[in-house]
Design a protein around this ligand. Structure first.
Ligand SMILES: Nc1ncnc2c1ncn2[C@@H]1O[C@H](COP(=O)(O)OP(=O)(O)O)[C@@H](O)[C@H]1O
Ligand SMILES: [Mg+2]
Length: 317
């Protein structure tokens, strides 16, 4: 599998363990595409509010696109509001919808009904993906910043579950239409994000296997937070020969060897991610302990583009 596959898709789900950088990856992908002249919307789900931080902009409105940068929009999916819209489109009697939406019992039910919040959320994403204006797609790219792995997979699987379990009727038909788009290998791509550490990598490998077994189009993996390589095996051999009787030289050599050792471990994790998922991971560098803002997203967007053109991990071997 070659990385550019991800760049050809229109609907991109960004998935991975909590804290690995899904929101940052979604924002960097969106930045890369918007800079290339595409009209992009990043959808954040489950009432997260990361986009306004990342783009140092006013709050992203709920259920309405908010411009974050030229050509790049954020869309924060509000589950309650989406449920109301969903009902309004299915129940023709408006007063009944109002009554339902106002009742606390309904909200308790909607929050607890298995799969309903996920179905409504996925339905909203689907609307963005299929929206047309004057016969053309409204969005060239829809990037979804998913919740952490387990919930993210549940979100993706919800349409299939509903279309399998629901009785014949409009809900089942719509769930089926959503499922078709979400599993469409030409249109949709799932990007699984990891960090160069044991747990995020094993979670990514497991997620890729689960999703593929369920016929979801896993289009790429992204290794976020790689330390740029500064030392190579040949350097290590030289560093090991440094005169240990010179305390300053010994300390410097020790620090360099440690950095080399750290980088070697990261590259072991990178290889593990590649072989475990049968992908050539795209690499995003660790930018250090700085808050991520538009400037940093620009750097990460460039890194993703470069990794894309390399067609393989952007490392010298
Ligand atoms: N490449 C990177 N370099 C430096 N910091 C990063 C990088 N990617 C993510 N971070 C930081 O790591 C933290 C988690 O990232 P975030 O995108 O919020 O993760 P997730 O959405 O997966 O929970 C944030 O503080 C973010 O600024
Ligand atoms: Mg996030």
């Amino acid at each position: 599998m070659t990385p550019p596959e991800l760049f050809d898709r229109r609907l991109i789900f960004v998935l991975g363990k909590g804290g690995v950088g899904k929101s940052v990856v979604a924002a960097a992908l969106g930045t890369a595409w918007a800079r290339a002249g595409q009209r992009v919307v990043i959808a954040e789900v489950a009432n997260q509010h990361r986009l306004s931080d990342l783009f140092a902009t006013r709050d992203v409105a709920r259920n309405a696109p908010t411009e974050l940068a030229p050509g790049l929009f954020g869309f924060s999916i509000d589950v309650d509001k989406s449920t109301e819209e969903y009902l309004a489109s299915h129940i023709k009697v408006r007063p009944l919808v109002d009554l339902l939406v106002r009742s606390r019992a309904f909200h308790n039910f909607a929050a607890a009904a298995p799969g309903l919040p996920e179905l409504v959320t996925l339905g909203k994403i689907w609307e963005l993906a299929v929206a047309l204006k004057d016969g053309r797609p409204v969005w060239d790219k829809v990037v979804v910043d998913c919740p952490a792995t387990g919930h993210g997979i549940a979100l993706l699987q919800t349409a299939g579950n509903v279309s399998e379990l629901a009785a014949q009727g409009p809900v089942r038909e719509q769930a089926h239409r959503i499922e078709e788009v979400v599993k469409h290998a030409g249109a949709t791509g799932i990007a699984i994000v990891a960090r160069p550490e044991e747990l995020p990598v094993s979670e990514a490998i497991e997620a890729a296997a689960t999703l593929r077994a369920d016929h979801f189009p896993v289009a790429a993996t992204i290794m976020n937070g790689m330390t740029p390589r500064r030392f190579w095996p040949e350097d290590a051999a030289v560093l090991a020969r440094v005169d240990l009787d010179d305390p300053q030289a010994a300390a410097a050599a020790h620090a360099a060897l440690q950095a080399h050792h750290h980088s070697t471990i990261e590259h072991d994790h990178l290889r593990e991610l590649a072989t475990g998922t049968h992908t050539a991971p795209l690499i995003m560098p660790d930018l250090g302990p700085v808050p991520i803002g538009p400037a940093e997203l620009g750097i990460l967007a460039d890194a993703l583009q470069a990794a894309r053109h390399a067609g393989e991990p952007a490392v010298r071997r």
